[in-house]
Design a protein around this ligand. Structure first.
Ligand SMILES: Cc1cc2nc3c(=O)[nH]c(=O)nc-3n(C[C@H](O)[C@H](O)[C@H](O)COP(=O)(O)OP(=O)(O)OC[C@H]3O[C@@H](n4cnc5c(N)ncnc54)[C@H](O)[C@@H]3O)c2cc1C
Length: 373
């Protein structure tokens, strides 16, 4: 029977980052991916690295987000050297727009928190100043918070660079769907379409599909898909100097020469097909602050599924009652920025039994019956 020290289920950014850090530490790792590496959300995300905002930021997610952000800045050189792959990670300032006093006040949380984050700073701009950064912003926008020091990367290329980096340290990647997990003596038996692999430890980083494992353990793992769609558009004029954000929508230029605009938050199960309805909605909502989208040419529309837990925070740690089995999922809208820190923490828990960052609040045990904790 085939064996591996650690089997990782899922070749998204979180699974690949975990594989990278474990393999770099000399652990024999096999990654099993039912589709292709970066074939799900990690291959279609916007790729914005903004440590200042999001569910739980500031708040319980701030340390993991900040560490992830700082790790990205180091990883870009490290992975380029190790793999030769370029994933275009670069600083790209963001402007968070406000039409009303209430909206400006809500952005105050970002401004206050920015003082804690090294290398990121904020300042308010009036409408005219905003249009010196991006002349195509609507004349109706009166103010915005400029955040200098956020980053942007190509999420698919980044995830593949992590996978190639892991392979360089000996990790094996296989396209194989995992269908179950059983304990046999001291080891774990990972059941796949292609046979069984025996491992000492198993990491389940299956994105929104991780909820399926509750049947394997008979324990609750409340992760579900939150669909998001992005339009990649050809818009006349030069590339945008910064990304624009308003409510949960954004617009920003990418290295493919296109302006990517998004997004939606749809509770429609595992349906990951782009829809006409979403296209119309995104264009209408982005046009409020960036009118040229109404005249742009749609080049590609993508849809993918964010993994979201029932309390909105990641799930990281050992499954209660299942020695050697770890969950690492539930990053929601922040899985690209969080992937280095989630991957490192998970790798440390697996290899050393502890991590430098405390992840107790993300423990899978928080959803489980008291007796299981
Ligand atoms: C529209 C959109 C824009 C986004 N923009 C950003 C952004 O700008 N910045 C940011 O930080 N985050 C962003 N995100 C969030 C980010 O994309 C996700 O949080 C992240 O990709 C999740 O990574 P993951 O590895 O946990 O899951 P996934 O990428 O979903 O990977 C999980 C993998 O597991 C595999 N798998 C599942 N079940 C099995 C099985 N039984 N056997 C084998 N393999 C299996 C799947 O095929 C999949 O490849 C965005 C998300 C969306 C939808």
């Amino acid at each position: 029977m085939e064996t591996s020290d650690v089997v990782i289920v899922g070749g998204g950014a979180v699974g690949c980052a975990t594989a990278y850090f474990l393999a770099k530490d000399g652990v024999k790792v096999t990654v099993l991916e039912k589709d292709t590496v970066a074939g799900a959300a990690s291959g279609y995300a916007m790729g914005l690295l903004s440590p200042l905002s999001g569910a739980g930021i500031p708040g319980p997610l701030e340390e993991l987000s900040l560490v992830g952000f700082l790790m990205h800045r180091d990883l870009v050189g490290e992975l380029k050297e190790a793999t030769g792959l370029e994933y275009h990670a670069h600083p790209k300032d963001s402007i968070y727009l406000a039409f009303s006093d209430e909206e400006a006040e809500a952005l105050g949380a970002i401004e206050d928190y920015s003082s804690k984050v090294d290398g990121v700073s904020c300042r308010w701009l009036n409408g005219a100043e905003i249009r010196t950064f991006e002349p195509r912003v609507s004349e109706a926008v009166p103010r915005g918070l400029l955040v200098e020091g956020t980053w942007l990367l190509e999420a698919d290329e980044y995830t593949r660079a992590l996978a190639k980096g892991a392979e360089g340290y000996g990790a094996i990647f296989r396209e194989n769907e995992v269908t179950g997990l059983k304990r046999s003596g001291g080891n774990l038996r990972v059941q796949t379409e292609g046979g069984v692999i025996e491992a000492e430890k198993v990491v389940l980083a299956m994105g929104p599909w991780t909820g399926a494992v509750q049947e394997w353990f008979d324990l609750p793992v409340p992760v579900s898909p939150l669909k998001g769609q992005i339009l990649r558009m050809e818009i006349p004029g030069p590339p945008m100097r910064c990304s624009l954000h308003y409510n949960s929508n954004y617009a920003g230029s990418k290295p493919d020469g296109l302006v990517w605009i998004g997004t939606t938050e749809e509770r429609v199960g595992f349906d990951d097909q782009p829809t006409e309805e979403a296209k119309v909605k995104i264009i209408k909502e982005v046009a409020i602050f960036f009118p040229p989208v109404t005249e742009g040419r749609l080049v590609r529309q993508t849809a993918c599924l964010r993994p979201v837990s029932s309390d909105g925070l990641p799930i990281i740690g050992q499954v209660p009652g299942w020695d050697g089995v770890y969950l690492s999922t539930g990053a929601g809208r922040k899985g690209i920025i969080l992937s280095p820190s989630m991957g490192k923490v998970t790798a440390d828990l697996v290899a050393k039994g502890q991590s430098e960052i405390s992840v107790d609040i993300f423990s899978p045990g928080r959803f489980m019956p008291i007796a299981g904790r």
